[in-house]
Design a protein around this ligand. Sequence first.
Ligand code: AQP
Length: 352
Amino acid sequence: MTQAPSTALSPNAAFTPRVFSGIQPSGGLTLGNYLGALKRFAEMQDEGFESIYCLVDMHAITVWQDPVALANQTREAAAAFIAAGVDPARSVLFNQSQVSGHAELAWIFNCVARLGWMNRMTQFKDKTAGKNAENASLGLYAYPSLMAADILLYHATHVPVGEDQKQHIELTRDIAAKFNHDYGVEFFPITEPVIEGAATRVMSLRDGTKKMSKSDPSDASRINLTDDADAIASKIRKAKTDPEPLPETLDGLKERPEAKNLVNIYAALSGMTAEAVVGEFAGKGFGTFKPALAELAVAQIAPITTEMNRLMADPAEIDRILGAGAEKADAIAAPILARTQEIVGMIRSRAR
Ligand code: AQP
């Protein structure tokens, strides 16, 4: 522990500072997931926050997942969390479907959230763009309400996420506020998003205007945490760029999304600011910059990949870790869910 958690960070003085976040095991995790989320998860744990991290398999099935692949992806994502520094002895690490309170609270929140709020969610629009939205699952539409339940089931005060999740955290705040108002309680905290770092929105290597995503049909668009050194170097070498050298200042990257993305990735991996990166490479072409970036990316990712492979050799141990994490998560969630049900007026007379 390097630093005690500060309640000054939270507008919720009545609530213990507590971090919750999740990642969908809907494919192999990417450099975007690492820089936008995982790296921050480990840092917040090390800063001393009580941390709860979840493989959100119920979110993953909002789009079709092959059952065997889903189970493997969930184990692989758990291995990635641990390899990136999430310690199951200090953080709670589990998969969502093992704690039934997520689904139970989500139903109550489906009855709190308004259709107009859900209709404004841009992720649903993005994920159905160019497709027949009528054919999307009801789960994909209701996804943000389940996400609010994931967070508020633990009275989480802070949620480290990438930029793309900001709107969902705002919806979580709206749901908490409406629940508190409708039932005349101060029961749910108004959660703070934690969107920090030089790469809160890592873009595709093939299109600097599109987010790097694990479900992008093009594998060349992303760096996977399971890619070996050759694959990483080759993807960076082939990354879309422009013929101009790097500019003197960040202003010069305004109309150059692909160049800007590579500079941001370099900054996030090196711990430098983006300004310092352009300062160091000003006037140099991508023939110089890309090999330097590849070397840095391999140096950071290779130890994670090696550790993931070691952990994946023992899937039963990963399942044991997730089961033990689910027990701990349930112990925090159960009284919060029970109190929520009481507030709503649901009779709880069954012996448990
Ligand atoms: N490109 C990204 N840059 C920065 N952060 C990112 N995150 C995802 N992509 C980037 C962050 O990773 C966390 C987990 O995201 P998720 O897997 O639950 O959902 P997502 O945001 O929809 O991620 P993907 O990779 O795009 O998944 P698919 O392709 O399955 O939809 C979140 O904190 C997210 O911000």
